[in-house]
Design a protein around this ligand. Structure first.
Ligand SMILES: CC(C)(COP(=O)(O)OP(=O)(O)OC[C@H]1O[C@@H](n2cnc3c(N)ncnc32)[C@H](O)[C@@H]1OP(=O)(O)O)[C@@H](O)C(=O)NCCC(=O)NCCS
Length: 171
């Protein structure tokens, strides 16, 4: 199995539509439109391309030539600009094969290097065991739990904050 990260291009918009319409949304925020339309993909990809390498790194996860997921790190605003927030998702049929773990390893290296970050944060639903494991395998540490911090599908949820800091850190 060959896993690569590629920059998004407009030609990938049908694959992004398919991904967003089939991903398991139980542990995602609601900001991804549902249903996800071709116009949503076009505008997201063109925005990602404009700010890539400055405000974030945005990559398609490609397995054996097929786009199966998305992974990104976005710089946080204002005084938090040394920190980036990571996010990732995969087509359900590709889960459980170590793909996200490898994709997170690669995007963290790219984000620390290209965005000169000092830290990467992840905020996950505390019961998203697969996501928590992906972070732990990539050197993220559990820094705290935000109790009853999210309302998802009528359910109050705890969120866990994970962080990974750049080591060694120049300043
Ligand atoms: C979260 C997600 C990206 C994980 O992708 P993945 O490719 O399956 O992850 P990996 O295979 O690299 O690693 C998953 C790890 O979690 C473990 N895991 C999976 N389900 C688990 C469960 N219910 N309980 C405990 N561990 C679990 C796996 O065993 C594996 O750990 P291991 O390598 O030590 O055996 C994927 O499930 C997904 O896209 N989910 C929907 C979107 C989402 O939740 N995104 C994250 C938002 S923060």
């Amino acid at each position: 199995m060959k896993i690569e990260l590629r920059k998004w291009t407009i030609e990938y918009s049908p694959a992004l539509v398919a991904l967003c319409n089939s991903v398991d949304r139980r542990y995602l925020s609601n900001r991804i439109p549902q249903p996800y339309e071709p116009s949503d993909a076009l505008s997201w990809i063109s925005k990602a391309r404009q700010i890539d390498g400055v405000e974030g790194v945005f990559r398609a996860i490609v397995v054996d030539g097929r786009i199966v997921g998305s992974v990104s790190v976005e710089r946080r605003p204002d005084i938090f600009c040394v920190d980036g927030e990571i996010g990732y998702m995969l087509l359900p049929e590709y889960c459980g094969r170590g793909i996200a773990s490898e994709a997170v390893a690669s995007i963290c290296s790219a984000a620390f290097f290209e965005l000169a970050l000092r830290r990467i944060s992840a905020v996950v639903f505390s019961d998203n065991a697969a996501s928590v494991r992906v972070l732990q395998k990539n050197g993220f540490e559990h820094e705290g739990t935000m109790r009853r911090a999210a309302l998802k599908d009528g359910r109050l949820c705890d969120l866990s904050l994970f962080g990974r800091v750049l080591m060694p850190c120049p300043i």
